[in-house]
Design a protein around this ligand. Structure first.
Ligand code: C2E
Ligand code: MG
Ligand code: MG
Length: 713
């Protein structure tokens, strides 16, 4: 048997029919390509061994050509490193005695290089002459990699000596005993135990662990041992010197041949980090100003309470609290005073709430008290009474005594909702109702309230649509001279029809105010009013003074007067013929300074100002002095009963003489009967408005014929 004639270039056939190992030529070629040298030896009659077969790959491995090697293995022996020969001899002798398989690692020296190889021998009793199959595999690269690994491990060790954490190996034996070995000095720092103690028996380390952490930690170790998945755990520990620590450990497990599990482990002291985490968490869940729970924590507590109440079928309550006039404190005394007041409020709420109750601040002046468990509604009423009483006591700030009233909305759970969101939403609906009822009161949520709220919401949506689609109209109602009945002007009143049904401005105007639609709505109505007035004037008949109602939100717009001036110019309408009607509450409310300024600007344009619904609010003479008004409008509620109610008669008479003495004119609204008119005339009322003279109408033809009928004003 000699070397093969198959050459690497002639192997297209075998590569085409993939593992063609039944083809002897292909098999031969494959063995020659392997990085393994293959040979067969057998004994000669002289008892020496001879080479029966040698693969081509042997040339590269031994650094000799096949002819150079020839049939005698001696040439090959000479190439083996002398230091490795004794060992190899031993292996061969042993194997030869029992005709058993052998393997040995040794070095082959060729010109200029040295290779590490593994030789393996397999006896072939099926062949004559004590034959052996021998493979020699080059493992130089693996040996090199291993050496590199050793070197890097040494480097790694050098590095880890200085790491504050503990690096070590942990062995868990099949009998449950354990051992720590290969540990870095950091271990001593972590556990504060002498190395000998740790190395002898790690039990004292387990004994330092917080009792609550021991069972789950043990379970995590056992689990990692079973699954051979990386181990990770965070636990608490108290060292022999009494130091408390948070430790975080990770380990990579592997199973040894004897069944032991050994982890490469790292433990880090994460106490500082945990402290910071807890601080951050505390900050994230607390309201900075008052230290109360914030919305996040409130939500978490509510969730817990809801879960418990759903489980035990008992009840709880959420009280949403809004300070009634906090804005005034902020506006008049400044934000520092406001902050002090809020902190005081937080303290008082905490005092008023029960020990298990959660008190939270969820907005500027919005607070929440959650009563996680209540026996009945009376318990909620008791808390509400305590809150009312405590908050109405004075807080002393900057030499002033301040107190507040509150509006509260209550939602009970699980009755009114089983998620934090619905509960808060429902409490908010109830709170809204409490405010609408004049504040300083509390309202319990009910389904009926919810229906009212829903109608309001869908109405607001529809109104938004109507503004965009420009489907709102204005009606004109005549205002006449009380004595003569002569036409003096019109009041423009908004009209809106939704699905064929008229919605009262008394409903949609406040809705527009609440939903931020007052400004665009007002702008639209003003345009409609002026264009109608323009068209009436264009018929050649003077429509007189046109009165428009405006909302507080419009008057708060800094450019409101300018926009009126521009609109008047656009329609060529004289400013003196426009009257702005504002209600008493408008000049008393929020941003009254800004509103007073706008009103002065309007008067500066020459526009007139009328105070609407006079007598229903709290406007005083002082206000009338601050804001110059051209006209007072006596509210129809006084006119209605003027003949029968002595008080109303007195009020009307007083308002008329007041207006006269201040140089204003007076309009009485809502006159429906001749008797009412007679009374008002008698008291000296200048002007009159009401169904008696004409209903508000959007019909232009009706308006034109009305104006033609009465002739010029
Ligand atoms: P207001 O300004 O006091 O308007 C007078 C209200 O009395 C009008 O109700 C009018 O239709 C009604 N009225 C007139 N004569 C009589 C009468 O003889 N008997 C009775 N029972 N009522 C009479 P309306 O149109 O429902 O408006 C209600 C309120 O809505 C108005 O009160 C005004 O405050 C507000 N409003 C109406 N249009 C506008 C507007 O364009 N802008 C703003 N901001 N508010 C408006
Ligand atoms: Mg009016
Ligand atoms: Mg009125």
């Amino acid at each position: 048997m000699t070397s093969t004639s198959a050459k690497p270039g002639s192997n297209e056939r075998s590569s085409a029919q993939a593992p063609a190992l039944d083809n002897p030529a292909a098999r031969l070629m494959l063995t020659n390509l392997l990085p393994v040298a293959i040979m067969r030896l057998s004994r000669t009659p002289s008892r020496g061994f001879q080479i029966d077969y040698l693969s081509e790959s042997s040339e590269a491995l031994w650094g000799l050509s096949l002819p150079e090697i020839g049939k005698c293995p001696r040439r090959l022996w000479r190439r083996i490193h002398p230091d490795d020969l004794p060992h190899l001899h031993d292996r061969l002798r042993e194997a030869g005695k029992g005709r058993t398989e052998w393997s040995a690692t040794f070095r082959i020296r060729t010109e200029g290089s040295e290779k590490w190889v593994v030789g393996r021998g397999l006896p072939r009793p099926d062949l004559p002459g004590d034959a052996w199959n021998i493979t020699v595999t080059d493992i130089t690269a693996q040996i090199q990699a291993y050496a590199d690994l050793q070197a890097s491990e040494a480097r790694f060790r050098a590095l880890t000596e200085n790491i504050p954490g503990a690096i070590f190996r942990y062995r868990l034996r099949t009998d449950g005993t354990h051992q720590i070995f290969d540990m870095t000095p950091g271990c001593i720092g972590i556990w504060e135990l002498p190395a000998e103690v740790i190395n002898t028996d790690p039990t004292p380390i387990w004994n330092m662990i917080h009792p609550d952490d021991v069972p789950p930690m043990r379970a995590s170790v056992v689990d990692s041992a079973r699954s051979l998945k990386p181990w990770h755990y965070i636990w608490r520990l108290t060292t022999p010197s009494g130091r408390f620590k948070w430790l975080e450990g990770r380990g990579l497990p592997h199973r040894e041949a004897n069944g032991d599990t050994v982890w490469h482990s790292v433990i880090l002291d994460v106490t500082e980090q945990r402290r910071k985490d807890e601080e951050i968490r505390r900050l994230a869940e607390r309201d900075e100003l008052t230290g109360l729970a914030n919305r996040t924590l409130l939500r978490r507590r509510l969730e817990t309470a809801l879960r418990q109440r759903l489980a035990d079928r008992a009840g709880g309550a959420l009280i949403l609290i809004d300070l009634d006039h906090f804005k005034d404190i902020n506006d008049t005394l400044g934000h520092d005073a406001g902050d002090i007041f809020l902190r005081a409020t937080a303290e008082r709420l905490t005092e008023s709430a029960g020990r298990d109750d959660v008190v939270a601040r969820i907005g500027g002046d919005e607070f929440v008290v959650v009563m996680p468990r209540i026996s009945d509604e009376q318990a909620v009423l008791d808390t509400i009474a305590r809150i009312d009483a405590r908050l109405s006591q004075n807080v002393h700030i900057d030499g002033r005594d301040l107190s507040t009233t509150v509006s509260m909305g209550v939602a009970l759970f699980p009755r009114d909702g089983d998620t934090p969101n619905t509960l808060l939403k429902h409490a908010d609906i109830a709170l809204f109702e409490a405010k609408a009822a004049g504040r300083q009161t509390h309202v319990f949520f009910s389904r009926a309230l919810s229906a009212v709220r829903e109608r309001r919401q869908s109405l607001a949506e529809a109104l938004r649509g109507a503004i965009v689609a420009d489907t709102l109209r204005v009606a004109f109602q005549p205002i006449v001279e009380a004595g003569s009945g002569r036409h003096k002007g019109f009041e423009a009143l908004a009209r809106w029809t939704l699905d064929g049904q008229a919605i009262s401005p008394a409903e949609f105007i406040p809705l527009a105010e609440e939903t931020g639609l007052a400004v665009p709505l007002g702008r639209l109505l003003l345009t409609r009013t002026l264009s109608l007035a323009r068209r009436l004037a264009d018929t050649g008949i003077d429509p007189g003074t046109i009165s428009v109602n405006v909302s507080a939100a419009q008057l708060r717009e800094p450019d409101f007067a300018a926009s009126i001036a521009a609109a008047l110019r656009d329609y060529g309408f004289p400013p003196q013929r426009l009257e702005i009607e504002v209600t008493e509450t408008v000049i008393l409310g929020r941003s009254s300074e800004r509103i007073a300024l706008t009103l002065r600007e309007l008067r500066g344009l020459g526009t007139r100002i009328a105070l609407d619904d006079f007598g229903t609010g709290y406007a005083s003479l002082a206000h009338l002095k601050r804001i110059r008004v051209d006209r007072l409008k006596i509210d129809q509620s006084f006119v209605r009963d003027i003949e029968t109610d002595a008080d109303d008669a007195v009020i009307v008479r007083t308002v008329i003489s007041l207006a006269k003495s201040l140089g204003m004119d007076v309009v009485a609204e809502g006159i429906e009967t001749r008797e009412q008119l007679a009374f008002l005339r008698h008291y000296g009322c200048d002007l009159a408005q009401g169904y008696l003279f004409g209903r508000p109408t959007t019909s232009e033809t009706d308006l034109v014929s009305y104006l033609s009928g009465i002739g010029q004003a």
